[in-house]
Design a protein around this ligand. Structure first.
Ligand code: NAD
Length: 292
C-alpha cells in the first residue's frame, strides 16, 4: 500500500540523528517526541540560554511515564545522553533530518535555511515546521530544494498525533517518503498535503478563528464564545487556543492567511494590539486570559 501523495514507492533515507532549530513551544515538543523514540537529537536556538533552559524539560517530557505520572529517572538519565545542545548552527552538521521551528517570519526563515543547509551532508533532509508559509517559497534560496519539505506538527506536540508533510514544487518523492517514515518513527500520524497558504489544517482553522474574532468585534464576551465552543465539542475555545499558540505566532500566521485570502479573512486589530502590549499568551502568562 502506497502512502497518499506519493507517485511511486521511494527508497527511504536513514535517519540516525535529528536536529531541531528553535526550542520554543514547538521545537521543544518536537525534540521531546524524537527523544522519546530514542532518536539522538541536537537542539539549537539563536538564544543559547534557551537551549540550556529547555533541555531538562525536553528530557523530562521524553522520559514521562504514565505509571509514575512523572519522568522515569532511569529513562531520563539514558535520554539525557542522546540530547545534544548545539552552540552554533554548524553543530547540526551531523544530523540527517533537521526541523526548523523558529519564528513564523518568511525573511527570518529564508535567511536561516540556506545557512543551515550549507552545513548538512548532501542527502540530509531539511524540514520546516511553518504553520502557513509556502514550502516552495521557503525553498527558493536552497541549493538542494529536493531535500526540503514541510513537517508541520500541532500544539501541544506531546498530545497531537497529526503531522502534515508538505510537498513543495521541487521536493523529491524520497524526501516525502522519508519525512512520512520519520513522523511515524517518532509516534505521529502523518498526512501528505499540498503546498499552499495554511496547507490543509490551518486553511480550515483560519475561518473558525476569524469568525470568533468577528463575534468578539460584534460584542460577544471571549469566555462566552470559548464556553460555547467547548459545549459544541471542541477541546479548547478559540481564544484559549490563541493563547496556547502564542499571539505573536498567530499574528504572523494570520497575516499570511489574510494576504492570501483577503476577501475571506478578517484583519482584526485585536491580535496586533495584544502583541504590542506584550500579551503573547500562555508563554508570557497573559494574552486574552491571565495565567497564574
Ligand atoms: P516560539 O516563539 O515559542 O519559539 C521560537 C524560537 O525560535 C525561540 O526560542 C527563538 O529564540 C528561536 N529563534 C528565532 N529566530 C531564530 C533564528 N534565526 N535561529 C534560531 N533560533 C531562532 O515559536 P513557536 O510557537 O514554537 O513556533 C515556531 C514555528 O512553529 C513557527 O513557524 C510557527 O508558525 C510553527 N508552529 C507553531 C504552532 C503553535 O501553536 N505555536 C503550531 C504549529 C506550528
Amino acid at each position: 500500500k502506497r502512502d497518499a501523495g506519493l507517485d511511486a514507492p521511494a527508497a527511504l533515507r536513514d535517519v540516525r540523528e535529528a536536529g531541531v532549530i528553535g526550542v520554543g513551544i514547538m521545537g521543544a515538543g518536537i525534540a521531546a517526541a524524537a527523544l522519546k523514540r530514542n532518536v539522538p537529537t541536537t537542539i539549537y536556538d539563536a538564544d543559547l540560554t534557551a537551549v540550556e533552559r529547555v533541555a531538562p524539560t525536553i528530557v523530562s517530557e521524553a522520559a514521562y511515564s504514565k505509571t509514575l505520572r512523572a519522568a522515569d529517572p532511569a529513562q531520563a538519565i539514558k535520554l539525557a545522553t542522546i540530547l545534544r545542545s548545539a552552540h552554533s548552527d554548524s553543530d547540526l552538521a551531523r544530523c540527517d533530518f533537521v526541523i526548523e521551528a523558529v519564528v513564523e517570519n518568511l525573511d527570518v526563515k529564508k535567511s536561516l535555511l540556506p545557512r543551515v543547509e550549507a552545513h548538512l551532508t548532501p542527502g540530509a533532509i531539511l524540514a520546516s515546521n511553518t504553520s502557513t508559509l509556502q514550502i516552495s517559497k521557503l525553498a527558493e534560496g536552497l541549493a538542494r530544494p529536493t531535500d526540503f519539505c514541510g513537517l508541520h506538527f500541532f500544539n501541544p506536540v506531546r498530545r497531537m498525533q497529526l503531522v502534515e508533510v508538505i510537498r513543495g514544487d521541487k521536493t523529491s518523492d524520497q524526501t516525502v517518503a522519508t519525512a512520512v517514515a520519520f513522523a511515524k518513527q517518532i509516534g505521529k500520524m502523518p498526512i501528505v498535503v499540498k503546498d499552499g497558504p495554511g496547507f490543509l489544517v490551518n486553511r480550515v482553522l483560519s475561518p473558525y478563528l476569524n469568525e470568533a474574532l468577528q463575534l468578539f468585534a460584534d460584542g460577544a464576551e471571549i469566555d462566552a464564545i470559548d464556553a460555547a465552543a467547548i459545549r459544541f465539542g471542541m477541546p479548547l475555545g478559540p481564544f484559549q487556543l490563541y493563547d496556547m499558540v502564542g499571539l505573536d505566532t498567530a499574528l504572523y500566521a494570520g497575516r499570511t492567511m489574510w494576504e492570501a485570502f483577503p476577501e475571506r479573512v478578517l484583519a482584526s486589530p485585536v491580535i496586533p494590539a495584544l502583541v504590542k502590549a506584550g500579551r503573547l499568551g500562555q508563554k508570557k502568562g497573559v494574552g486574552f486570559y491571565t495565567y497564574p
